[in-house]
Design a protein around this ligand. Sequence first.
Ligand SMILES: [Zn+2]
Length: 73
Amino acid sequence: MPIYEYACRSCGHEFETLVRSGSTPDCPSCKSTELEKKLSVFATASSGPEAAPAAGPCGACGHPGGPGSCALH
Ligand SMILES: [Zn+2]
């Protein structure tokens, strides 16, 4: 479950909260739902090697058939 950082437009309070899909968080200080969503903590840290697709061209030689399709890999 992602953690989002919000800034309240009503009172300026900044806070982090877990957000379930479909639910609307509110300010813990003034209960306003006029919130400005800031960058997710996880979104800024998740751009890495795991973004590579599991199936695709052979990683060693680039053969479009994938690993095992060429003579060497
Ligand atoms: Zn507030």
